[in-house]
Design a protein around this ligand. Structure first.
Ligand code: ATP
Ligand code: MG
Length: 667
């Protein structure tokens, strides 16, 4: 039976390496293997126990209401305030002097430590300021900011008064911002004059001015724009609309009595990164979301709040920055690092200098960053003392086994466990991951669903696939931090996530995955990206990992392009390591052939790329994910589609030019 007729994905890659947790680590781990049993025995009781990490003003009457699927209610009847849980309660418990954020600006020596007591004062003042601007419970507030403490303060101030925030990545264009302002009907925008990026001030306010104007054309009025002065650069000013943060917020009282909201009160709307198309406005509510963040941040990162220094490098403009940059760590009373700038300013060692300076113990980043550091060379991170790092995390894409091993060896001294965490904007918090003190991890596999979460890989018909085969990744039971709907569009919510396996009531994540012979899960990329080569369904992830395992390759992206003979053919785009070629040298044809052979050797002739194209960069979203749909357009000689969420729009021109000039076809 061909892979196609069974409706499953071909299972190609083989990986034999295993990494056990160090004995010391396992002995003191927050989560032990018992948690799996406990959750399996009584899942809702398990979640109720996790909810007790938080302070509730009124305890819930019912853990889950799933009478009207797919619309879930968690901790029904409970009352809670997210900001109180992230800030006030730590101060009340005597931890006011503890640092919440070691903030590091991009310009050197521009640093600020914000304690929990500072945070309480600042959040209270900002909450009072929002009230003065006319923001009421339930109103939406957009946040378009650099990575500065005021960004987290603004989010928490919104949460404190029950005004759902929508954070828009500071690098997005005014169009993207305008669409989001209109889509979620934002009353107020919080922004700054600019932030520092790549060694220079980079303006933000002009994009807000434009976006507010564009939103007006779409029939939506923003009432006020609250502006933090960060860079001091010249900006336009509208006296009726614009308000300086330092004038309004600084004049407020540090006292703000917070109200406790229903557990299902909306906390925020976050737009997905748009890898597969138009971003979706994901709605998260308060109680369940915070439970998911606090539990996973404590359990998966093995957080010891008294001693750990934690750094999640994600920008607050995407969900990782929300769940693991702000809500999870603060709910757990963590000391975190927050960094404003790019990893290569003023030099390529900046992240590791920061790790050394603050003694970072837990570090969470994305495979794209790891591969970039591999490309730059080992001598950069090894200049710094990274010996305090005891746990590493990865999120956003599958981590290629070679990148995993490099991360473990070069950053983690060959001992730090790695948690490869699979989750989505929609899931709110981590769903599949090793438990760092329990799991014998396999590089490239996210392993299995965490205690409390029930994930499976199923066929088109919704049947669980046997070990050793692939299919669709689904979540079989509701979980506390699940999205509640798409903002203003219940139909699209049902349609996008719940219609494919409606009969079974499964949430369909959009991703393909396989179970290996032990039943461990390997993520294989988007099902939309699955290629069909001569009747074999191939995943992008495995071929990309095979390419990255070649010593000269730093990054790879694979797409299926229409092909007369095979239906689709594998087309690969690769970035070479800096050491692979001499300055100005063009990749020789022999190297292209070598890479094609390498894929054949690693996973088989069927996966051998028809075409390999050496490129200087790959099109990525702001959160560092490769946008394969754009590469597919290039490979099929089509006009390139929607690029509004692309990090650098010139990348597509570079690739297009290369395409015209280089003959990379099979010879
Ligand atoms: P859109 O839904 O608009 O196309 P997006 O899916 O890229 O955007 P996110 O919610 O930020 O937006 O990303 C979630 C996706 O990222 C997952 O569905 C999965 O494809 C991928 N992903 C995240 N973590 C992992 C991981 N550890 N391993 C493999 N894939 C991952
Ligand atoms: Mg998605």
């Amino acid at each position: 039976m061909s892979d196609e007729s069974s409706g499953t994905l071909a299972n190609l890659a083989h990986e034999e390496r295993r990494f056990d947790p160090p004995a010391e680590f396992a002995e003191h781990a927050n989560l032990t293997a018992e948690a799996y049993d406990e959750a399996e025995k009584d899942r809702l009781a398990f979640w109720a126990k996790q909810a007790e990490r938080l302070d509730w003003d009124t305890t819930w009457e019912k853990v889950l209401d799933w009478d009207n699927p797919p619309f879930a209610q968690w901790f029904v009847g409970g009352k809670i305030n997210a900001a109180y849980n992230c800030v006030d309660r730590h101060v009340e418990n005597g931890n006011g002097d503890k640092v919440a954020f070691h903030w590091v600006g991009e310009p050197e020596d521009d640093t600020r430590d914000v304690t929990y007591a500072d945070l309480k004062d600042e959040v209270s003042k900002a909450a009072n300021a929002l009230v003065e601007l006319g923001v009421e419970t339930g109103d939406r507030v957009a946040i378009y900011m650099p990575m500065i403490p005021e960004t987290a303060i603004a989010m928490l101030a919104c949460a404190r008064i029950g005004a759902p925030h929508t954070v828009v990545f500071g690098g997005f264009s005014s169009d993207a911002l305008a669409n989001r302002l209109e889509d979620c009907d934002a009353k107020v925008v919080i922004t700054s004059d600019g932030g520092y990026r790549r060694g220079a001030p980079s303006a933000l306010k002009p994009a807000v001015d434009e976006a507010v104007e564009k939103a007006e054309e779409l029939g939506h009025t923003v009432r006020k724009v609250l502006v933090v002065r960060r860079t001091g650069q010249d900006i336009e000013w509208d006296d009726d609309r614009d308000v300086w943060w330092h004038e309004l917020v600084d004049a407020q009282s540090t006292e703000h009595e917070c109200e406790f909201f229903d557990s299902e009160h909306p906390l925020y709307v976050m737009y997905t990164s748009g890898t597969t198309g138009k971003p979706k406005g994901i709605l998260h509510t308060t109680g369940g979301y915070l439970v998911g963040c606090a539990y996973t941040h404590w359990g998966i990162f093995d957080l010891k709040p008294e001693t750990d220094v934690y750094w999640c490098t994600a920008d607050v403009g995407w969900v990782t920055g929300h769940s693991y940059g702000v809500y999870g760590p603060l709910a757990n009373g963590t000391t975190s690092v927050m960094y404003e700038g790019t990893p290569d300013t003023p030099d390529k060692g900046r992240w590791w200098q920061i790790c050394e300076k603050y003694g970072v113990t837990i570090f969470y980043t994305a495979p794209t960053a790891i591969r970039t550091f591999m490309k730059w060379g080992d001598d950069i991170p090894t200049k710094n003392d990274l010996s305090k790092l005891r746990l590493l995390g990865s999120v956003g894409e599958s981590i290629n086994p070679d990148a995993y091993v490099w991360y473990r060896e070069t950053i983690g001294a060959g001992t730090a466990p790695i948690v490869d965490t699979w989750w989505q904007t929609e899931t709110g918090s981590i769903m599949i991951s090793p438990l760092p003190g329990v799991t014998s991890s396999k590089p490239g596999s996210a392993m299995k669903s965490i205690p409390g979460v029930v994930v499976d890989v199923v066929t088109e018909e919704g049947e669980s696939v046997p070990n050793g085969s692939g299919g669709f990744l689904v979540v079989k039971e509701p979980w506390p931090s699940m999205l509640r709907t798409l903002w203003g569009d219940d139909e699209r919510f049902k349609d996008t996530y719940w219609s494919k396996f409606e009969k079974q009531g499964y949430y369909f994540a959009g991703d393909g995955a396989k179970k290996d012979d032990d039943g461990d899960i390997w993520l294989l990329g988007r099902v939309d990206d699955v290629m069909n080569v001569s009747g074999h369904r191939l995943s992008t992830t495995e071929i990309e990992s095979a390419l990255v395992s070649h010593p000269k390759v730093a990054e790879a992206a694979v797409v299926g392009a229409a092909d007369e003979t095979t239906g689709q053919a594998v087309c690969a785009f690769v970035i070479l390591k800096e050491s692979a070629l001499k300055e100005g040298e063009k990749a020789p044809d022999s190297l292209i052939q070598e890479l094609r052979q390498h894929v054949q050797k690693e996973i088989g002739a069927i996966a051998k790329p028809r075409q390999i194209m050496v490129v200087p960069e790959l099109p990525k979203t702001r959160s560092g994910k490769i946008m394969r749909r754009l590469l597919k357009d290039v490979a099929e000689h089509r006009e390139v589609g929607d690029v509004t969420t692309l990090a650098d729009s010139t990348v597509m021109d570079l690739i297009g030019e290369g395409m015209d000039s280089e003959d990379t076809k099979e010879s």
